[in-house]
Design a protein around this ligand. Sequence first.
Ligand code: GLC
Length: 572
Amino acid sequence: MTSSLKWWQTAVFYQIYPRSFADGNGDGVGDVKGILEKLDYLKDLGIDALWLSPHFPSPNRDWGYDISDYQNVAPEYGTLDDFKTFLSESHRRGIRVILDLVLNHTSDQHPWFLESRSSRDNPKADWYVWKDSAPNNWQSCFDGDAWTYAPERGQYYYHYFMKQQPDLNWRNPQVKQAMWDAARFWLDLGADGFRLDAIGTIYEDPNLTPHNVPMNLAELRRAADLAQTPAEKKKIEKYWHDMFKNQWGGPGLHDLMKELRAILKEYDGDRMLVGEDDNIDYLGNGNDELQMVFNFPLMRTERLTPDHIRRNQKERLTRLDALPIKGWPCNTLGNHDCSRVHTRFGNKVHDAELARVNLALMLTLRGTPFLYNGEEIGMTDLIITDPARLRDTMATWYYDRLVHELNVDPAEAALRAGEMTRDKNRTPMQWSNQPNGGFSPADVETWLPVNPNYAEGINVKDQEKNPTSLLRYYKHLLHLRKNTPALIDGEYLPLHNTARDYFAFLRKNDLQTILVVLNYSPDHLDLDFSRGKELKGKSLRLLFSSADRPAKDANPKAVVIGAYEVFIAEVQ
Ligand code: GLC
C-alpha cells in the first residue's frame, strides 16, 4: 500500500538547474528569487520534490559543480536568507527539496585547496591528492591530463574532472569531517536529502595502474565523433571504459556511504540520498547506504525501443528484487548533462508524439521518476555554432584541441563542440512568447542564448492556455499517477514480450490492476490481451488515452491502439 511507502518512493522529482530556471532580478541568470516565484507553477504542475543542482558559491568553471564554499549561496543566486525562504515556501506547499552534494572535488579557489596548494607542510597539505611527479597517464574526463603541476609545492595534484576541480583526499579523516559538517549544515536548515554527484570517482585504484588506451582524451573524443559502423562505435565504447576504469570505484565507497547515511538517520523526516551512479551495490543492505541510484542504463541507448526498455526492466528489477531489502528503482531520461529527451529520443518526424509516450513511460514504470526542467514544455537542444558563446568549459577545451592540435577545420570544430557541449540542454527556461522567452527582460543578454523556438509555442504561458499542449498533458498524467496507487506501488508484469512496436505491461497491487500500452510506432495496433491470466474474462475501464477515443469500457480481446498512443486502463 502506498501509505506504507516513504515520501521519496511516492514522489515525482523535478530537477531545477538554477542558472537557467527563472531569473527573478532580470540580470540574465536564474536565481533563488526566480525559483520562489515559480513554486506555485511547480505545485500546479503536480511534482512533489525538487532536486536543485548546485546553488553554492562557485567560480563557475563547471557551473556550480566546482564549489568554493559549501555552506553558502552563490551571490548571483541570492542570500542564505533567500534560500531559507525558498526552503520553507517549498515545504509549505508540500514540496520536498534535495540538494546537490559534490563530494569528489572542490573548486581550485576553495580556501581548502588554496591552503593545501600553498606549501607541502600546511595543515591542509594532505587534503588533496598530491604526488611529486605525474605517476601515470590518467586523463581528466573534461580536459586532458589528470595531473596538474602546482609550482608553489613543486608537485602535481590529481583531478578526475577539470584542473579547476581538484580531487579531495577522502582517506584523510579531516576531509570527511569537513564535508560532513557541510552536509549537516543543510540538513539542519531542513534540506530533505542530497543527490550525490559523481560518487564513483571518489576513490581511485590505489595502485595507480595506468590505462592502456592508445590515445589521449582529445583524440578519443575525435575518434568517437568519427566512428560510423557499429564495430567502430563498440571499440570506442571500450576505449572510454578502459581509459577511466582505474579512476573509478576504488575501495572504500561503501563505508563512506554508510557514514553519510548514518548522519542522515540522526535527522527526522526520512532524509534521503540518491547517487549519480547506476551501481545497485550502493544500496547496501537496503537500509545502510543510499536509498536510490539512477537507472542510467535505460537512457544509455541511441533509440528507446520497447525491446530495450523490456530488457532493461528485466535486468534491473531482477537485481533490485534480489537485494535483502528490495531495492527501489529510480528512472530518468534526461538531466543537465545530456541531450534533452525531446531531441534525443525523438526520431525527427514524431518527436512530439514520442515525448508524450516517454513521459508516460517515466510515470508508469516501477520506481521514482526524475524529470528535468523544461522537458514539460518540450524544450529541445539548441546547437550553439559560435564557439565564443559556449559556456561549458569542456566544450571550449575540445574546440581548442580540435583546431590547434588535431588540425580540424574551425567550422567543423565549432559544430562538433556545439553538439557535444552540455550548453545545448541548459538554455534558459522558456516562460512566455515575449523576447528572451520571458526568462529575462528583452534588453538583457542571458547567460546562454534562449532557444528561439520560444516564439513557436514552446513556452509555459502559451501551453497553459492550450488544452492539447504538452504542458497540459504533463499535468494530466502527473495527476493520474498520483490518483492511481498501483502505478506507484504495484508490481510490474510485462506482457507481449516479443512485441517490437509497443510496450505493454501491468502494474498490480492488492486493490488494482492497471494495463499500460505505449505504442512506439506510427501504426495502428489490434491487440489481444485476453489470454493472460490477469486479464482473462475481465473488462478494461479507460483511465487515460492520448488519442481521441470514447471513454468507454474495452474488451481485452480487441484493444485498438492508435499511432503513438498512450493507453492506460484499469482491469475490472
Ligand atoms: C556530475 C555532474 C556534472 C559535473 C560533474 C563534475 O557528473 O552532473 O554536471 O560536471 O559531475 O562535478
